[in-house]
Design a protein around this ligand. Structure first.
Ligand SMILES: C[S@@+](CC[C@H](N)C(=O)[O-])C[C@H]1O[C@@H](n2cnc3c(N)ncnc32)[C@H](O)[C@@H]1O
Length: 259
């Protein structure tokens, strides 16, 4: 058995926090500290570092998810509510559709809630603080589960996937949007330069926290590749697992169902 398996968990109860090995019990507070630190500038930084491409990726996610009126979506690691606010009109709150944003970091949830109120989004959205590995909702209560750029941050990916299955109704849909550890070989040198040099520099300028964006880059490199993640999803009991690469494999969408 190798020291590190696909979940980043080892025999010694250690895991990856970026390129550092830390005890599993320390990862969640470290991750929360990262997002507490950048919450106020998180959305701006997303636009700057991706030149707006994250908006297209998220639009693709919603298109593939195809939310319908009256459904209940849980958006895990939902941060400032970007996915939730995009899905909400299609869930049609006037028909009972609802979205639950669940995120581990207080500042992210509060920033999202305030932004939604400013935008006049009050109905059909619930904001919860909670961990992807132990969601504060009942079994089989959601039609749809989404997690965008969140799975990479959880300590035990298998537990988060098992939770996704637990909260989905039979027939419910799972979609994960996440960066991938390797891009097409042709893009790799440029991508490395961008990731390890430009992004931490930009993070320092925009958020004052270079380390947060060094963590982002490192955590992407430690995340399972598309086929490995597909296997973890199947092992968690999710069915009909498929993935689609986005932008030369910089990010990928993984889809599955609870049947
Ligand atoms: C990169 S942000 C993504 C936010 C949003 N989904 C988006 O696409 O803009 C990652 C989010 O994951 C949250 N997070 C990290 N670990 C988590 C966990 N174990 N459970 C729930 N949320 C977590 C962080 O607080 C942060 O808001």
């Amino acid at each position: 058995m190798s020291e590190r398996d696909t979940s980043g968990e080892s025999r010694q109860g250690k895991t990856d926090f970026g390129f550092r090995r830390v005890p599993e019990s320390e990862k969640a507070p470290l991750v929360r500290a990262v997002f507490d630190s950048v919450a106020g500038r998180y959305d701006l930084m997303n636009d700057l570092m991706s030149a707006g491409i994250h908006r297209w990726w998220k639009a693709e996610m919603i298109a593939w998810l195809n939310p319908r009126p009256g459904q209940r979506l849980i958006d895990v690691a939902g941060g400032t509510g970007d996915i939730a606010c995009r899905a909400l009109p299609r869930l049609a709150p006037e028909t009972g559709g609802q979205v639950i944003v669940c995120d581990a970091t207080f500042e992210m949830v509060e920033t999202g809630r305030a932004r939604a109120i400013d935008d006049g989004i009050l109905d059909g959205i619930e904001w919860l603080r909670g961990d992807a590995e132990l969601l504060p909702v009942a079994d089989r209560c959601c039609d749809l589960y989404t997690i965008a750029f969140g799975l990479r941050n959880v300590t035990r990916i298998e537990r988060a996937l098992a939770e996704a299955r637990r909260v989905l109704k039979p027939g419910g849909r799972f979609l994960c949007l996440e960066f991938t550890p390797a891009v097409t070989p042709f893009l790799q040198p440029l991508y490395d330069l961008y990731s390890f040099q430009f992004l931490p520099w930009l993070g320092q300028i925009v958020t004052g926290d270079r380390d947060a964006y060094t963590y982002l880059v490192e955590s992407i490199r430690r995340f399972p590749a598309q086929s490995e993640l597909s296997e973890l999803m199947a092992a968690a009991g999710l069915d009909r697992v498929r993935f689609r690469n986005l932008t030369g494999g910089v990010a990928a969408l993984h889809s599955a169902w609870r049947l």
